[in-house]
Design a protein around this ligand. Sequence first.
Ligand code: ZN
Length: 312
Amino acid sequence: MDRRDFFGSALGAGLAGASPLTAQNIAGPSGLTVERAAEGTPHQGKVLALVTPHLDDGPIFAFGTIAKLLREGYTGYLIRASNDEKDSYDLSAGETVLANERDARALVQATGLKNVFDLGYRNHRMDDISRIEMRARLIFLFRLLKVDTIFSYDPWDHYEENPDHYVTAQSVEAACWMAGGGKDFPEHFAAGLKPHAVRDKYYFARGPQQLVNRVVDIGPTLDAKRVAIHACRTMLTNMVKGVNASLAARKLKVPEFSGSDDQAIDGYIKAEFERRDAETGRKHGLAYAEEFHYIAPDPALDEYISRHAVPL
Ligand SMILES: [Zn+2]
């Protein structure tokens, strides 16, 4: 049986909430769904995980949506795949690992995520790791945390030059359904865990993304997204100082990228990331938006079950 026919179905995912469509979440004539803020906390009890190869990927591409879902009741976890040893401006490799590890904890504190799990793979070398090992670690975490919803890079997209991105994406995609199997890693069950498939997936890409079928209005959570990106301060400092150094070599400067470190980082976030989110929003009639390849639970059996199911 194809895995999605079973584990992604209403039987696999549970009948409650199997349909992804709500009043705040409407598919237009193009098949593109625009997801807007929901009233209250409809996602109370659900769990999301951001599996990010490097600390800044998830905040840059998806944290407007993650902040929205946290406000709507989700509990959230950060899973950081690499040790980020390559991303600082002027620190040594060892100092860079420590600085980014501290930033990851600061991000969790600043955003209301519950915890971070560092997988610790070496930065820019993940195409040399065992994907089966990474997949097994993710399956363990998905079962332990009972993850319903995942955010990560799109494993089906093109033009990705960073091996850490596509290795993480492929490992996540496989782990999401395999975590629901009853014969993968049976020692987990002896330790008290149960099979638990991930229900739905928000995949982002550096673009141009081949398939975008969900747009999320992040106007209400733009400030929370800025806080999340700002928490990656070692990486943002690298970006700001790198741009300033290249401008200085041309006898130029951008005033918005100067001042205190915090001011320069915020100026850079607005110029680089909020400007891009505004451009994305303009395409869809929104002030700010994020785009995703979204994979929902397969509703194939929902209608049949609603007509045929009877009490035991
Ligand atoms: Zn990255």
